[in-house]
Design a protein around this ligand. Structure first.
Ligand SMILES: [Zn+2]
Length: 354
């Protein structure tokens, strides 16, 4: 069965349908951390090539960077996130792709950031009948389970009124991202218990549409293998625990795989088979953007030392070598190509009609 979404931002029941479709067809979508129009364009170009929707997301730091590091971080994080959403909304149709717009980890201290974005989303909804974003994430995994679920339920009730979903986190993703370092954490924290997932389902399922970032040994960043063992069976056991008590088919939960970078295709396929619908990818796409630029800078070194003069002539202009449109686009293409591979790894390439 083909599943064709109109180009533009996917929200409300269309988003739930999209994730259900992913589960029925055993595939997931890459969620790409973007920090500016260049990386957003690379994500949209990859989706166009894969003939599939893409999830474009911003961390708090990424949103701040999108608006410019010249801004103060608090207001800049909100303004940058709003600007990014408007940018992606306005350009997605030109690329002809469907986009899920999302924001990444927000611990308790970043709740004001999320509230700022929700206020902008509510205003946008009042004007247009659509939210600005498809969903936000709250990561209250450092709080007690009870606090995590209560604050998440309150936020979801607010989001649900404007057709938005919520991603929550249970257990802690290891490694380091956006300045949050969990690399020293006790191993037991890196594995979510199915009982926690069951409690989340019971608290949130009647409130609105939500997804769960469960920890199964996954880490942010790419490290030498062998430190933490990946146990995707936690996802399977959690689905079974919820289904046994509440029904909802074999996969009642939409799972999110954080720290997808550095995972093998086999690990990704196993996680997807247990109901992962979204895999976050950041470190691998950062590398894919950076590396072609480094290669260019190395190869063109003699042409980049001054505006005039290179090995072909002491007075020749270097303008065409210096122009950022040349070398930034190499980064964009590197990132696009890495994401096309992610669509393949996640089983999503070409699975959406088109
Ligand atoms: Zn994450």
């Amino acid at each position: 069965m083909a599943f064709k979404l109109e180009p533009g931002i996917v929200t409300g029941t269309a988003l739930t349908d999209l994730y259900d479709y992913c589960q029925e067809h055993t595939c997931a979508l890459p969620a790409v951390n973007v920090i500016g129009s260049h990386s957003a364009n690379a994500a949209l170009a990859a989706a166009r090539e894969a003939k599939a929707p893409v999830i474009v997301q911003l961390s708090n730091g990424g949103a701040h960077f999108f608006g410019g590091k010249f801004l103060d971080k608090g207001p800049g994080g909100v303004a940058g996130a709003v600007a990014a959403a408007h940018y992606v909304r306005s350009i997605a149709e030109a690329y002809g792709v469907a986009v899920v717009l999302h924001t990444d980890h927000a611990a308790k201290k970043l709740i004001p950031w999320v509230e700022g974005m929700v206020e902008a989303g509510e205003a946008h909804f009042e004007q247009t009948g659509k939210p600005l974003y498809s969903s936000h994430m709250l990561d209250l995994s450092e709080e007690t389970l009870e606090d995590n679920l209560q604050i998440s339920a309150d936020m979801l009730a607010r989001l649900n009124k404007i057709d938005m979903g919520l991603e929550i986190e249970l257990g802690v993703t290891g490694g380091e991202e956006d300045g949050v370092d969990n690399s020293d954490l006790d191993d037991s924290k890196l594995y979510t218990q199915p009982s926690e997932v069951l409690a989340a389902y019971e608290k949130l399922n009647s409130v609105g549409s939500f997804s769960v970032a469960a920890s199964f040994g996954n880490t942010h960043g790419v490290y030498k293998p062998g430190n933490v063992q990946l146990r995707p069976s936690i996802l399977k056991n959690s689905q079974e625990a919820v289904a046994a008590k509440h029904g909802g088919g074999p996969k009642p939960l939409h799972f999110v795989f954080h720290g997808g970078s550095g995972s093998t295709p086999e690990e990704i396929a196993e996680a997807v088979s247990y109901g992962v619908v979204k895999m976050n990818i950041d470190t691998d796409t950062q590398w894919a953007f950076c590396h072609p630029v480094k290669t260019y800078m190395d190869e063109k070194d003699a042409y980049l030392k001054s505006q005039l003069g290179n090995p072909e002539g002491a007075e020749l202009p270097n303008k065409k070598h210096i122009d950022p449109r040349g070398w930034v686009h190499l980064g964009e293409k590197g990132m696009r190509d890495r994401l096309v591979q992610a669509f393949h790894d996640l089983g999503a390439f070409g699975k959406f009609g088109g």
